[in-house]
Design a protein around this ligand. Structure first.
Ligand SMILES: [Fe+2]
Ligand SMILES: [Fe+2]
Length: 146
């Protein structure tokens, strides 16, 4: 469930000019919110995650990684087709993000409690950072091209 804080974050996510991508970004954001909600309920209670919560977080991670891969592939195909000059770098960033998500998932699988705070912060930031800077860059490029 989305709270006020999540709503503000979602509202700060930019329009990249392609409805299909905007929808994918929103869907990814909602998966991130699911993860954050699990991490947040433990943090609020000043406790560690229960085994069931670790399990749910792991499922959410799987979903996030597989959906991120689908969206990245879709976006890359479009950028390539439309001759985006920064394509290679953009694809490299996507690959790094998938790598980072896999690392994140490993921490979840390991149930590493020390990593919780860091995980939570990272979880909320990666998608917005990418969409609002890197995806926004191609949106501006295509908008300028008309
Ligand atoms: Fe992207
Ligand atoms: Fe994107």
């Amino acid at each position: 469930m989305e709270n006020n804080f999540h709503g503000k974050l979602l509202a700060s996510m930019v329009d990249v000019g392609e409805p299909r991508f905007n929808a994918a970004h929103e869907k990814l954001f909602h998966i991130v919110v699911d993860a954050d909600t699990i991490l947040g309920s433990a943090a609020t209670g000043g406790r560690m995650l229960t085994p069931e919560e670790w399990e749910s977080l792991s499922t959410v991670c799987d979903e996030l990684i597989s959906y991120a891969k689908v969206h990245f592939a879709d976006e890359e195909e479009t950028l390539l087709q439309r001759g985006y000059p920064d394509f290679v770098r953009h694809r490299g960033i996507h690959n790094q993000l998938v790598e980072d998500l896999n690392q994140f998932q490993k921490k979840v699988t390991a149930g590493n409690e020390q990593d919780l705070k860091e995980m939570r912060r990272w979880m909320l930031e990666w998608l917005l950072n990418h969409v609002n800077h890197e995806d926004y860059a191609f949106a501006q490029y295509f908008a300028a091209q008309g």
